[in-house]
Design a protein around this ligand. Sequence first.
Ligand SMILES: NC(=O)c1ccc[n+]([C@@H]2O[C@H](COP(=O)([O-])OP(=O)(O)OC[C@H]3O[C@@H](n4cnc5c(N)ncnc54)[C@H](OP(=O)(O)O)[C@@H]3O)[C@@H](O)[C@H]2O)c1
Length: 297
Amino acid sequence: MSKIPAVCVTGGRGQLGQSIKSLVDENTCFKFSFPTREELDLSDAKSIEAYFKEHAVDIIINCAAYTAVDKAESEQKLADQVNHLAVKQLANTALAQQAKLIHISTDYVFSGKHFKPYEETDAVDPQSIYGLSKLKGEQALSQIMPVNAMIIRTSWVFSEFGHNFVKTMLRLSEQREELNVIYDQVGTPTYAGDLAQAILRIIKNNTFSQTNLKTDIYHYTNEGVCSWYDFACSVFEISHKKCLVKPIETKEYPTPAKRPNYSLLNKSKIKQTYGINIPYWKDSLKQCLNKIQDSKA
Ligand SMILES: NC(=O)c1ccc[n+]([C@@H]2O[C@H](COP(=O)([O-])OP(=O)(O)OC[C@H]3O[C@@H](n4cnc5c(N)ncnc54)[C@H](OP(=O)(O)O)[C@@H]3O)[C@@H](O)[C@H]2O)c1
């Protein structure tokens, strides 16, 4: 009897990690583990080494990251450790264990000066410490693993889990009657549940199972386009909250980290290669808001 492949999902308490966990049932053809930060600390090379000495894996799905975009501007070393050096070590580990590695990255590797959706091969130019640390992680991985790895760049992740824009808007609407939200940053929200489903589909796909699969970058977000302002309006419209949203410009809401004004990602490659149908972001937002509502009931 052939053995059941072992899949290690890092960042199991994060939005994407929890979304994957919620989709994994006991009848799966994989054996999943979701180590906590206490068991596998990506800011500590010794912790990574010790964990993988104890645990043999066939697939690593790296959902863990230093995701505090503004804080990264003053915590450059820690952001680099988690988003770059740890990814390098995970790639070396995967190589040594002959495992495959799926690594999640970000639209913030781009400058945001584009006028049409970014393709995987478009020039990168991160504008923030976070974006730079994630880019260095991508580059280290591609160099160490020319085969058997996959980088999935995503954007504006929301879910019923953890901290995100949707939950912040809902919380603020309980405290205020009016909110100022940026309208000159345009992108696509990504429901973590949809991305989780796509990842599970990918690991079951014959293309992914090939030996010596060429390492490549893919883009995944939901379908559609909006600004943060539109996103906020939709959250309130769908959840029937009476909160006035006022559109403001980025310059009226200064933050430590610079964010791209335009970060739409072209998703043709992942759709064609893996036969993935991607839902429209507003449909997934409705689904997410229903789950948030149900969890309160
Ligand atoms: N959120 C977004 O809008 C967004 C946009 C584009 C790309 N992405 C990328 O998508 C991926 C998933 O993001 P997400 O939204 O699920 O992130 P998240 O909710 O912030 O979760 C990040 C996870 O990483 C873990 N982590 C952080 N530092 C760690 C460390 N030193 N050792 C071990 N684990 C550590 C956290 O652990 P604890 O739970 O213990 O804190 C948490 O489980 C990341 O690669 C992120 O860069 C996210």
